[in-house]
Design a protein around this ligand. Structure first.
Ligand code: ZN
Length: 109
């Protein structure tokens, strides 16, 4: 009989394992899961710092590649078209916050 069958070790198998930390596949550092960008139900395996660095490296490497630039522009356009509501909501929120900050920092005459 298998030790993992329905006859035994049920408690062990069903013990909820909550991941609070994760090892980044790029830098190898142990970081909190919040530092890994969520992708739907799961999170990425490269931390935000490494992800930014990778994006930067790719951007720099392709700075003089017109095909890549064109593809990026098309992709950004596509994203904007698909997520216009999200973008507009974010901008409204930003402007509201910015106005508040501006009012607060106004010098008293
Ligand atoms: Zn990393």
């Amino acid at each position: 009989m298998s030790q993992y069958g329905s006859d035994g070790f049920k408690a062990f198998i069903r013990t909820p394992f909550v991941r609070t930390h994760r090892v980044c596949r790029a830098c190898g550092e142990v970081k909190r899961v919040e530092e890994f960008r969520p992708m739907g139900k799961y999170r990425r395996h490269h931390c935000l710092v490494c992800e930014r660095l990778m994006a930067k490296t790719i951007r720099k490497a392709n700075a003089s590649n017109p095909t890549w630039i064109e593809k990026q522009r098309a992709s950004q356009k596509r994203y904007r078209r698909r997520n216009l509501d999200k973008i507009k909501a974010y901008q409204r929120e930003y402007q509201r916050k910015y106005k508040e900050r501006h009012v607060d920092s106004k010098p008293v005459l």
